[in-house]
Write a protein that binds this ligand. Structure first.
Ligand SMILES: Nc1ncnc2c1ncn2[C@@H]1O[C@H](COP(=O)(O)OP(=O)(O)OP(=O)(O)O)[C@@H](O)[C@H]1O
Ligand SMILES: [Mg+2]
Length: 254
């Protein structure tokens, strides 16, 4: 069975795509067979993190939703490109062409088609995990992916707008009766991350699985690499450990 995870936040720029890509690669490094899918149809970004050249992407999720190709056409095996000697990494891109973005956003897509694509690709590659990146806020992709997933990761920064929005996202997971884990990201320098964690836990009445500091090294990497691959000994890599352990545990109980 493929354990499906969606990464959400209410506000943009909280680190969803960075988290999605780095978690997917971290799980593959553990020897897992992992799919990673870009459902941020309005603002796709994973192709940049995976350093995809235009000619490496033949078909996208947009083509599939618009009926121009099959689900099996949109999966790209990045295992060798990422020099992964264990596990598997399968990438499902969204189109970054303005015309394709406008077409899919104006025409919409069927929820059933999304679920079917995940099923087909998961079976095709015998995936242990599928990690899904989403658009910020509460919109169709939020509900579609939350509904289809076994677990939602909600990311929050410390900004008051984010904290307000995180409350909204947690409410949505409750309404959809979906489990979630909460991650605090970009803790400002000089702020005690354990205090932040405790404050959020009290505020939301739920555990914060990890509190990740703001690392200038990540910002300086300019979203042009998978940070955990290039920097296995960096603190960021160890701050992801509690998430990976929680995913492994939850997937094993599935
Ligand atoms: N812990 C961190 N410390 C410093 N910079 C970070 C951290 N996490 C992410 N970033 C940086 O923040 C920026 C936004 O990250 P990312 O694109 O992953 O956010 P996002 O939530 O996917 O944004 P959007 O909502 O626009 O899709 C990127 O430049 C990324 O490198
Ligand atoms: Mg993003």
């Amino acid at each position: 069975m493929t354990f499906k995870i969606a990464v959400h936040s209410f506000k943009g720029g909280t680190g969803k795509s960075t988290m999605t890509a780095n978690l997917a690669v971290s799980l593959a490094l553990e020897g897992r067979r992992v799919g990673v899918l870009d459902l941020d149809l309005a603002g796709p970004g994973l192709h940049v993190l995976f350093e995809m050249k235009p000619d490496e992407i033949k078909h996208t999720l947009n083509d599939y939703f618009l009926g121009a190709c099959t689900a099996s056409d949109i999966a790209i095996d990045l295992t060798d490109k990422m020099h992964l000697t264990r596990g598997k990494l399968i990438f499902v891109p969204a189109s970054f062409k303005a015309e394709d973005i406008v077409r899919v956003l104006s025409k919409g897509y069927e929820i059933g088609m999304f679920r079917s694509a995940i099923d087909v690709i998961s079976k095709m590659y015998d995936l242990d995990y599928m990690v899904i990146d989403t658009h910020p806020g509460v919109e169709k992709s939020t509900l579609v992916s939350m509904g289809a997933c076994d677990l939602n990761i909600i990311i929050s920064r410390m900004d008051s707008q984010d904290i307000f929005g995180t409350g909204v996202m947690l409410e949505v997971t409750k309404v959809l009766e979906k489990p979630q884990i909460l991650v605090a990201n970009m803790i400002p320098p000089g702020v005690d991350k354990e205090k932040v964690k405790a404050r959020l836990e009290t505020l939301f009445g739920t555990q914060v699985i990890t509190a990740i500091p703001f690392y200038t090294e990540i910002l300086r990497a300019l979203s042009s690499e998978i940070f955990v691959l290039k920097n296995p000994d960096h603190d960021f890599t160890s701050t992801l450990r509690p998430i990976i352990e929680a995913l492994e545990l939850k997937a094993s109980l599935q």
